[in-house]
Design a protein around this ligand. Structure first.
Ligand code: G6P
Length: 615
């Protein structure tokens, strides 16, 4: 939530800052702003409610000149989206400017204290108080040293922050700090850069410095990156990573929107993840970092996730329980703090998170760690907080996912979960090597099946017409297909703002069938598996009540076709559980067409954000 970007160097700052904000806009897009240190020694900036495009227009008129600056795109938490609440925020003297991503939990006390000390606060945000704390320490104990002033200010804060701070007293110095919110840094021959996400700086260098929680850094125009810990001590070798993907992968590349691009990338993403995963001793999953004995002893698994990743967890549960015979609890991370957790010394916690920054998921994982539980994560973003705090991580290697609604990460996370389930099943003796190989071969069909579905997108284009003029819809399935239905319904809600309810098909008769009337859209996920016969009856029940049925069915299933108004065909899969992959691709395409028909911005649905860093 919220994206921050900063630059100090020899080039003009505003082109990079505005481009960086556009890249980060998926993190929040209700207001945006920029502040630049201009050659006259003052701060000049623009901030406004609305999208980054509005800020870009305003900046063109403002003609911002200067080689050091910070910028922000906001997802409002404290205070409405408005010009006044947009970042950057300045101190009373107007000489210090700050951008913040995160939440300051003790801001009310600090606000009272600052007001009592005579500070003038002009916004409703929690972030503004930080710049006034910096102002106090700048004038007091830090004696004009911006890095030290920010460090002292952060010692007063509770909550989460990624900060970028500049000031007129130290021209060219850009100070960053992080705790529980992501921040990455890099440099090249023209200066140093910081951002909330690698995608904003990858075009400058693939060599990325990652601040650890509590660390701060001073960036200088010569590309210098000086990192200190929360105690003020120099950190000579901060954590760095070399990113393998390129800047072009984070660009739209000719597609009408990022969602189309990311949906189309699924076959390649899954192929990458599946490569070299079968060895002489079964599935290769060294990332788990556990001995064979430890793996064989796992007696219970907690899967924790949010949103689309939670749906992956539901699929993973089916696979793990069926193949590895280990009981699995799948927890919505935000609910996890209220549940009693029953762990043994052999319990494993698995967190599934595309971004690896979702606050609820991180909090739940920390709770499990504190209870002594080993944590394994399934993530997409390299070097994310979840991975850094886990005992082992499998990266799904789907590449940057920019569209707020998750697509390629979903299918890749499912593939990773299937690999994980097969690994467990073999190691704990519930599946022989031959069967593991059969299942792995069957999983290799998934990329091709997704490709076939992509070629059939015209089916989704047609079926989207069933949603025209409708205010509600119902998604049905049984078993693993009930999870596909959930994910399909979530996609429709996220992208079109159309009500969609997902129901286990057999449960429908206990309530939601009353919604069915003439033309009511019902999406039935009914591939050829052991749920098919009962699903066919459910389809007939809703057809009899006038529903417009869109079925996701296995090729050539004439019985389903006869009962459906539209069919989204998926290729026959050897392993029925893997139907969830081609089904997901159809339901993504369907949701996108429905949203486009309604004139929605599919990449940036209202009120949502890609990376939800508030609890
Ligand atoms: C947000 C995104 C969803 C995502 C969820 C969990 O709500 O809009 O697409 O599924 O967060 O994100 P994570 O990064 O933890 O998978």
């Amino acid at each position: 939530m919220c994206g921050i970007v900063g630059y100090t160097g020899t080039n003009q700052a505003s082109p990079f800052l505005l481009e960086g904000l556009q890249t980060l806009e998926y993190r929040g897009y209700d207001s945006a702003g920029v502040d630049i240190l201009s050659p006259d020694g003052g701060l000049h900036g623009v901030k406004c409610a609305g999208r980054v495009a509005t800020l870009v227009e305003r900046c063109a008129q403002a003609n911002l000149v200067g080689t050091c600056g910070i910028a922000h795109t906001r997802w409002a938490t404290h205070g409405a989206p408005s010009d006044r609440n947009a970042h950057p925020h300045r101190d009373c003297s107007g000489t210090i400017s700050l951008v913040h991503n995160g939440i300051i939990e003790n801001f009310r006390e600090l606000r009272e204290e600052l007001l009592a000390n005579g500070h003038e606060l002009v916004s409703d945000t929690d972030s503004e108080i930080i710049v006034h704390l910096v102002e106090e320490s700048m004038q007091g104990p830090a004696k004009g040293d911006l890095l030290e002033a920010v460090r002292i200010a952060t010692t007063r804060l509770q909550g989460s922050w990624a900060l970028g701070v500049i000031c007129t007293e130290q021209p060219g110095v850009l100070v960053c700090a992080r705790k529980n919110s992501p921040l990455v840094i890099t440099s090249d021959e023209t200066g140093a850069y910081c951002a909330s996400d690698i995608t904003a700086i990858i075009g400058k260098s693939r060599h990325i410095t990652q601040l650890e929680d509590g660390q701060l850094a001073r960036l200088t125009p010569d590309g210098g990156i000086y990192v200190i810990g929360a105690d003020g001590r120099h950190v000579p070798n901060p954590q760095t990573i070399d990113v393998s993907w390129s800047a072009s992968e984070a660009k739209r590349g000719g597609y009408p929107d990022f969602m189309s691009k990311e949906v189309a990338e699924q076959p390649d993403a899954m192929t990458r993840l599946l490569a070299n995963r079968l060895g002489d001793d079964g599935i290769v999953l060294d990332e788990l970092n556990m001995t064979d004995e430890e793996v064989a002893a796992i007696d219970r698994i907690y899967i924790i996730a949010c949103g689309t990743s939670w749906h992956v967890g539901l699929v993973a549960k089916e696979a793990i329980e069926r193949w590895a015979k280990i009981p699995v609890s799948v927890e919505i991370a935000s609910e996890f703090s209220y549940s009693s957790v029953l762990i043994t010394e052999h319990t494993l916690c698995v967190v599934i998170t595309q971004s690896g920054e979702t606050a609820d998921t991180l909090a739940a994982a920390r709770r499990m760690k504190a209870m002594g539980c080993r944590v394994f994560s399934i993530c997409n973003v390299i070097g994310c907080t979840a991975a850094r705090e886990s005992d082992g991580t499998i990266y799904v290697q789907a590449g940057p996912e920019i569209c707020v609604a998750s697509t390629k990460a979903y299918t890749s996370q499912m593939v990773a979960s299937f690999l994980f389930a097969l690994y467990l099943a073999h190691k704990n003796g519930n599946m022989g090597l031959d069967e593991v190989k059969e299942k792995y071969d069957a999983l290799l069909e998934a990329p091709e099946a997704a490709r076939t579905v992509l070629e059939r997108s015209w089916q989704d284009r047609n079926a989207a017409r069933a949603f025209q003029g409708r205010v509600s819809s119902l998604y049905l399935g049984r078993g693993v297909n009930a999870t596909s239905a959930r994910e399909g319904a979530l996609k429709i809600k996220e992208l079109s703002y159309l009500h969609a309810e997902a129901y286990p098909a057999g449960e429908m008769k206990h309530g939601s069938i009353s919604m069915v009337e003439d033309g009511y859209p019902i999406v039935a996920v009914v591939p050829d598996d052991d749920t098919r016969a009962k699903m066919l009856s459910n389809i007939q029940e809703v057809k009899a009540r006038g529903a417009c049925v869109i079925s996701v069915a296995t090729d050539d299933d004439e019985d389903i076709a006869a009962q459906s108004d539209y069919v989204l065909w998926i290729p026959r899969m050897t392993e029925p559980m893997f139907n969830a992959i081609p089904a997901a691709v159809h339901l993504q395409l369907l949701a996108r067409f429905v949203a486009v028909d309604r004139g929605r911005d599919v990449d940036k649905p209202r009120n949502l954000a890609k990376s939800v860093t508030v609890e």
